[in-house]
Design a protein around this ligand. Structure first.
Ligand code: NDP
Ligand code: 2IT
Length: 444
């Protein structure tokens, strides 16, 4: 059996009931086959793949907090410090009832390669909790965040591990966590990114993931003789990534006609009203059912359905495995040109394969959504020099990072004979830097 197959089999056996982690490992290792096969003897001897798929450390802890009625709740907190070969662990904190160790491990594993692709000095990590922020009062959110950080603060620091936002964790949660870290550790340092602007946050971090997704998509289209101008775009999700993806797509001349949340989706044939979406989601924290009050000609549908709409470019920006084979078939039937992942692993393995075989340009999340973490690294740089850069400066650097990133994955795909396969290109380009750093640092 080949080394790649052997390690995949062991990951599945040794990490039972973690299907998302298996899926992420399988995708990466399958892509690396061409590189691993060429170095099989040395890689086996050095257990390169075993060291890659086993986190350096995983922390699981109790998070007790008291609700507004005096009831005590206990959630589970996680931080997986996956790989520090190229820099301090870096990656978001997800707060969602579906969170479990396998999901945090899949996200942490992806983060290793994504962070490497940014070209910046950040290792891979991820954390979170099965806490559900929906419907909680501000005081309850604060109580949870303080309890979560009371334990997490023992394991993180500006030069060791720097968490940030993800699903359910935005500026409010980062603020409460930062306050608790500072109180307990007595350190005002860049231990979290996505901070508010008044206490060390970076301009353009809020916009970065969505904007970066569009900068990369535009470059990819340009290199294939296409452009965003005049295209129809469908987006899923209506959170941080989705909102700023929609905003930038419209700035670049496309028309975005959908968005969604976990209960339903909106079709707005005239183009999504971003100001209305921000008010509903960022200010009032309401459901998408409110959208038709702002836009009477739009349609609201319960359940799932964004991918049934005819589109040129599909941008899944909600969560993992939200675009399956049936959705992919519909998209292809409707003539989709490109799919770029704003979320982490939103496309199932079968759907990805089908899209690629159908000639759709497909860019995986670890490349397409890397603008968020890249700008987090720029926030870390600003914190280190105790300065704040202008929006224009950060945004320009973000654009450069995404354009370079696209060319790196495109070149890696070509170099190994898989031209146009951005999944293989991203995995190989991300892996090369990490494995080089791991080899240089010895068996640690
Ligand atoms: P938010 O919490 O701001 O928004 C998440 C959006 O996705 C909401 O509209 C939410 O709907 C929807 N959603 C979440 N879970 C589900 C689900 N199980 N089923 C259906 N809809 C769901 O998160 P972000 O925008 O920050 O993150 C979105 C994706 O992008 C995630 O995969 C995240 O890992 C990834 N990502 C985020 C980055 C960042 O900088 N924030 C960077 C790179 C990737 P509802 O509100 O109803 O739950
Ligand atoms: O998935 C991701 O890249 C993020 N949630 C952002 C991580 C970060 O550290 O900014």
């Amino acid at each position: 059996m080949s080394y790649v197959d052997e390690v995949i089999e062991r990951v599945v056996k040794e990490n039972p009931a973690e299907p998302e982690f298996h899926q992420a490992v399988r995708e990466v290792l399958e892509s690396l086959r061409v590189v691993v096969d060429a170095n099989e003897e040395a890689y086996r001897r050095d257990a390169v793949l075993e060291r890659l798929v086993n986190p350096e450390r995983q922390i699981k802890f109790r998070v007790p907090w008291i609700d507004d009625n005096g009831q005590v709740h206990v959630n589970t907190g996680y931080r997986v410090q996956f790989n520090s070969a190229i820099g301090p662990y870096k990656g978001g904190l997800r707060l969602h009832p579906s969170v479990n160790l396998g999901i945090i491990k899949f996200l942490g594993f992806e983060q290793i390669f994504k962070n490497s692709l940014t070209g910046l000095s950040i290792g891979g990590g991820k954390g979170g909790s099965d806490f559900d922020p929906k419907g909680k009062s501000d005081r309850e959110i604060m109580a949870f965040c303080q309890s979560f950080m009371s334990e997490l603060c023992k394991y993180i620091g500006a030069d060791t591990d720097v968490p940030a936002g993800d699903i359910g964790t935005g500026a409010r949660e980062i603020g409460y966590m930062f306050g608790q870290y500072k109180k307990l550790r007595g350190l005002f340092e860049g231990v979290l990114t996505g901070k508010g602007l008044s206490y060390g946050g970076s301009l353009a971090r809020t916009e970065a993931t969505g904007y970066g997704l569009l900068y990369l998509t535009e470059e990819m289209l340009k290199c294939n003789g296409e452009t965003l101008q005049g295209k129809t775009v469908t987006v899923s999700g209506s959170g941080n990534v989705a909102i700023y993806a929609i905003e930038k797509a419209q700035q670049l001349g496309a028309k975005v006609v959908t968005c969604s949340d976990s209960t339903g989706w909106v079709y707005d044939p005239d183009g999504i009203d971003v100001a209305a979406l921000k008010e509903i989601k960022e200010v009032n924290r309401q459901r998408l059912t409110e959208y038709s009050k702002y836009r009477p000609d739009s349609q609201y549908h319960e359940g799932k359905g964004v991918w049934t709409v005819k589109t040129d470019i599909a941008l899944p920006c909600a969560t993992q495995n939200e675009l399956d084979l049936e959705d992919a078939k519909l998209l292809v039937e409707n003539g989709v040109l490109a799919v770029a992942e704003g979320a982490n692993m939103p496309t199932t393995a079968e759907a990805t394969e089908f899209l690629q075989k159908s000639g759709v340009y497909f860019v995986p999340g670890k490349a397409a959504n890397a603008g968020g973490v890249a700008t987090s690294a720029l926030e870390m740089a600003q914190n280190s020099e105790r300065l704040s850069w202008s929006f224009e400066k950060v945004d320009k650097k973000l654009q450069e990072i995404m354009v370079n990133l696209f060319h790196n994955i495109d070149d890696a795909a070509k170099k190994y004979g898989f031209e146009g396969n951005y999944v293989i290109g991203a995995n190989i380009a991300g892996f090369e830097k990490v494995v080089d750093a791991m080899n240089a640092q010895g068996i640690v």
